[in-house]
Write a protein that binds this ligand. Structure first.
Ligand code: CA
Ligand code: CA
Length: 300
């Protein structure tokens, strides 16, 4: 008899729990942000939150946030409530050590936001905040932006979102050199000559490299008087672009040809024929992106 009693007991329990959906007190409160139906934060029929952002401007104009850039963002706010949010104001801030000069620091007026609607500051292709990203920011760092939102009825809402800092899309490499001058003017590097070379760089990346500088050096024991040892300016190099060095405000080219020189050096008169002279290039842009390149010239 005990066995039968136990079976009946187990069946009754199963029926009770199978019907849990209908038992009010057993239902836990759901919070699924993906269905956008969570009104747990609704106050006076208003529920304000971050919706989306877009990059209005950045230094190299690729719409991607990179280290060393000054960024302007527009930010869209959503009212998930059932009533119009009146006189919405938003204050933006960040705790990121990689961000400086986030402005404005005062609350920004978004005006009224209708129920179920989104609203950009002013208009979508504009900006609401500006900040500088440190040029020491590691790639893939996420910058947290906090929003403190209020409405005209004194209700307040807090939200936040992350903006990613991506590695630069630029990639600068050595492209080519030409002999600008040599002693016997045959355009060939011979032993005992003082040689002046022009050197072009290429950006093989998909984004512009800004304010590129290159430092040239050689370890060859056959070379003396290698100058300059200081940085040479190349200016901005567009995606897929080739550039000769900049000289004193002009871009060092005329109808695509270099008309000045980048480096000069003297080749020892004891240099064996077919000696390779290696030249290293240390490249940096305004955001402290760095690239190493090299090429060699042959003494004939
Ligand atoms: Ca960028
Ligand atoms: Ca020569």
């Amino acid at each position: 008899m005990n066995t039968l009693k136990n079976i009946v007991y187990v069946m009754l329990c199963s029926l009770l729990f199978a019907g849990c959906d209908d038992v009010e007190f057993l239902n836990l409160k759901r919070d699924n942000p993906l269905d956008e139906k969570n009104n747990a934060n609704m106050k006076d029929g208003v529920a304000l939150k971050f919706d989306s952002y877009n990059v209005y401007s950045d230094n190299n104009d690729d719409g991607i946030i990179n280290k060393g850039e000054t960024i302007k963002l527009n930010i869209c706010i959503k009212n998930n409530g059932t009533s119009t949010a009146e006189s919405v104001k938003v204050n933006f801030s960040t705790t990121s050590q990689y961000i400086s000069n986030l402005t404005p620091t005062t609350a920004i007026n978004y005006g009224d936001i209708a129920a179920g609607s989104v609203k950009w500051y002013q208009y979508e292709s504009y900006y609401v905040i500006q900040f500088s990203v440190s040029n020491s920011t590691p790639a893939n760092t996420k910058i947290p932006i906090s929003l403190s939102i209020t409405d005209g009825n004194g209700n307040s809402f807090n939200d936040s979102f992350d903006v990613p800092v991506s590695a630069t899309g630029a990639n600068v490499i050595y492209n080519s050199f030409n002999v600008y001058s040599d002693n016997n003017s045959d355009g060939i590097i011979n032993k005992g000559e003082s040689v002046r070379l022009n050197v072009s760089l290429k950006n093989t990346g998909t984004s512009m490299a800004k304010a590129v500088k290159a430092t040239f050096s050689t370890t060859s024991s056959y070379v003396s008087g290698f100058t300059p040892t200081s940085q040479v300016n190349y200016g901005d190099i567009t995606a897929y672009g080739v550039k000769w060095a900049d000289y004193q405000g002009n871009n060092g080219t005329y109808e695509g040809y270099a008309y000045y020189y980048t480096v000069k050096f003297t080749v020892s008169s004891s240099t064996p024929t077919n000696t390779q002279i290696p030249i290293s290039i240390s490249i940096v842009d305004e955001s402290n992106n760095t690239w190493s390149a090299s090429f060699s010239v042959t003494v004939e």
